[in-house]
Design a protein around this ligand. Structure first.
Ligand code: GCW
Length: 693
């Protein structure tokens, strides 16, 4: 009896203190009370009741989210009514019913309208989706308007995603860890599934709030070193996947799985996985049917084949098209997509490894089945802090292409460094491939607009885990958020995205917004400055954490005279030839190559003078010192927030920045020492002395 009373008292108390225990779990969907009373009253008048037109679980999710958000922000949830009975009604309508209220015009799939208008003589805010999923996105948008304290007067919003396929790729292993994950263990508990965890729903809400519509539940590595991801398409696991699919479906998200190309052998006991073997083809057809018997709207499969120990068609002297098209034939009748990764390279090929994906895939253009998409990492190597855009974009006009970005910070500081990656992704998306004259941007390619391909898209390797704040390092939530927002609208500026995120996450105080945005917007460049400036490339140790330049000599090619990888036509690997003009010529010439990529394309003498007049070696030294000072600047900026945000999250980030400073100093000193010793050229400012070691 006593315990029950206590519990009751506790639950009443905890309801009354919403900000208790700020730990980042509520990410950007916090829904704390609007502090300005006048504004809160105004919003209340505009949100007095709610009408849902249509019936589906996605519309239910939209309604529930609105109720939850409005209750949190306004202190009361509007009652649901069948018909508008007074001014201040929110009407949310799905695909069918929406058409009866308003003209959707040319609004695209997943798009929505939000309009202030009169319904049955009452003042209403109407949210209409082209699909029910669109209506859900509209509901999140309306909540965002409140979260960012925008007016709800005279709304006339018309929004739709630029890119059809907006994927979250999890590198989660079913045994519970996450490859390149820095935010704790996997949130997916395969041992407990099909029992559900509340966190699955919250993750689905997180993804849907930024418009993600597909999730690959498991790592692309499925079998090497004892991994068991390959098992997910077997009978014991399919009910578990179906349970997860049920959670995500409610939020408009289709579920995909990474599969192992040798599954017919691993699971089916066949002697081969040769894609041209009829028994293999039959096996996949049956397996696809079995998957769909559990998950009727299964999205499809992601395949890492012939790459880093994962098996593929090369074993049988077959091509990626043979492999992908065989799977495509199995999934096509069921509406499934086959996403085939172009991250393929091997020892017996071009010694300049970054040339291999283009050499392998470009000649296959036009040979992939229509339900195959080729997924290409943003750069030709592997998610470095700076890379040129992969030359494969725009080079396969008859092929569906998906851009793969890495939201998890494998090479950009893990959970130790604050690095906001949206500015980098913006550069990638707006890069002009010149595939069809000007404005053949990567965005135009992966939206399918440029070549009229249907199954194009964007995939982000996610950065979330079981850590209470989802991303390990709190400010990394801005990357999760930013990835989704950019996938929806690549034209949004990095500033606009960071502002939205900060306002939703930390509140709208202009000082808070300016300070946190300021740090975020500088952070990518800062990380580049104290790690790998001028396109130096990979400098990290085997685990990708700290610096190890000796081990990476084959990447940066430093010697006594100079540094950089010669990829020019005459004297180098010739990689530049994979680009169209004018990039080919621009990159090929030392004088026109953009300086941030100089050492990616050229081997440059240390005494070479950059545009600023500074020598290359002095630039390297200075850049590393400046980068560290920038981190100190971040700390000083962050200190200004004391008292302006809650102490819990303030302290979380304070600690991260301390760790970042120590790590930045380590990077600076290791790199500057290395170049000082190999070049023998002293730092003009006398800051570098020979280390004891
Ligand atoms: O960069 C490498 C990563 C691997 C990853 C691989 C890939 C999932 O270090 O962890 O494997 O890329 O993208 O396949």
């Amino acid at each position: 009896m006593k315990t029950r009373t206590l519990l009751l008292v506790w639950s009443v108390v905890s309801l009354a203190i919403p900000a208790l225990g700020e730990d980042g779990y509520r990410f950007w969907l916090r829904y704390d009370p609007v502090p300005d009373q006048a504004l809160r009253e105004e919003y209340r008048r505009q949100c007095r009741e709610m009408v849902v037109l249509g019936r589906s679980e996605v519309l239910d999710a939209a309604r529930d989210e609105l109720l939850r958000g409005l209750k949190g922000m306004l202190g009361q949830a509007p009652p649901s009514v069948p018909k508008a009975s007074r001014d201040g009604v929110i009407v949310i309508a799905g695909s069918q019913e929406g058409r009866e209220i308003t003209d959707l015009g040319v609004l695209g799939t997943d798009g929505y309208l939000i309009q202030s208008r009169r319904i049955g003589g009452k003042a209403a805010t109407v949210i209409v989706g082209r699909t029910d999923r669109g209506a859900l996105y509209g509901a999140f948008r309306l909540l965002r308007l409140l979260q960012t304290r925008e007016s709800l007067e005279r709304l006339n919003i018309n929004d739709e995603p630029a890119i059809a396929l907006r994927m979250a790729d999890q590198w989660d292993n079913p045994r519970g860890d996450v490859e390149r994950g820095y935010a704790g263990a996997s949130i997916f508990h395969w041992d407990h599934l099909p029992a559900l965890d509340e966190r699955y729903t919250d993750y689905a809400r997180m993804l849907a709030s930024v418009g993600i519509n597909g999730i690959v539940l498991n790592n692309v590595n499925t079998a090497k070193n004892g991994l068991t991801g390959w098992k997910l398409i077997t009978a014991p696991y399919l009910p578990k996947t179906a349970a997860l699919a049920g959670v995500f479906r409610r939020y408009g998200i289709r579920v995909y799985l990474s599969v192992n190309f040798a599954s017919p052998m691993l699971i089916g006991g066949l002697k081969t996985a040769d894609p041209l073997e009829p028994a293999v083809q039959e096996w996949w057809k049956n397996r696809a049917r079995e998957i769909y018997s559990y998950i009727p709207d299964f999205g499809g499969v992601l395949v890492k084949a012939d790459s880093e120990g994962e098996p593929g068609p090369f074993t049988y002297k077959r091509s990626p098209t043979d492999g992908a098209n065989m799977l495509a034939a199995a999934f096509e009748p069921l509406g499934g997509l086959v996403v085939w990764r172009a991250f393929v390279y091997g020892k017996d090929r071009n010694p300049d490894r970054i040339m291999q994906p283009y050499e392998i895939f470009q000649p296959l253009d036009g040979h992939f089945a229509s339900n195959v998409a080729v997924q290409v990492k943003n750069g030709p190597l592997d998610f470095q802090v700076r890379e040129p855009v992969s030359p494969l974009f725009g080079a396969m006009p008859k092929t569906n292409q998906v851009l793969e970005l890495q939201v998890t910070q494998e090479y950009t500081g893990q959970a130790t460094h604050v690095v906001y990656l949206v500015p980098e992704w913006k550069e990638v998306l707006s890069f002009d491939t010149f595939a069809r004259g000007r404005t053949s941007t990567v965005e135009a390619v992966v939206s399918g607009r440029l070549f009229g391909n249907r199954h194009c898209g964007i995939a982000g390797v996610m950065n979330i885990g079981s850590d209470r704040n989802w991303t390990g390092q709190l400010l990394a939530q801005a990357n999760t958020y930013g990835y989704g927002r950019l996938a929806w609208n690549p034209d949004l500026s990095a500033e606009a995205i960071s502002r939205e995120w900060v306002e939703m996450t930390f509140g709208t105080n202009p000082r808070v917004v300016a300070t946190i945005s300021g740090i975020l917007l500088k952070s990518w460049k800062t990380y580049e400055q104290y790690t790998s400036p001028l396109g130096l490339g990979v400098l990290c140790d085997k685990e990708h954490f700290g610096p190890d330049l000796v081990h990476r000599q084959k990447q940066h090619h430093a010697d006594a005279e100079g540094v950089g990888y010669d990829r020019t036509l005459e004297t180098g690997s010739g990689f530049v030839a994979q680009y169209r003009s004018p990039w080919k010529e621009i990159y090929d010439s030392l004088s026109t190559c953009p300086e941030e990529l100089l050492l990616w394309f050229h081997h440059v003498p240390y005494r070479y003078r950059l545009q600023s007049g500074k020598t290359l070696i002095q630039y390297i030294y200075d850049s590393h010192f400046e980068g560290v000072e920038e981190v100190r600047g971040f700390q000083a900026e962050w200190r200004k927030l004391r008292g302006l945000i809650d102490p819990e999250r303030y302290n979380q980030v304070t600690e991260v920045l301390q760790g970042q400073l120590a790590a930045a100093i380590k990077w600076r000193d290791a790199i500057n020492q290395y170049f000082f010793q190999i070049s023998g050229i002293p730092d003009a400012k006398g800051r570098i002395t020979v280390s004891e070691k």
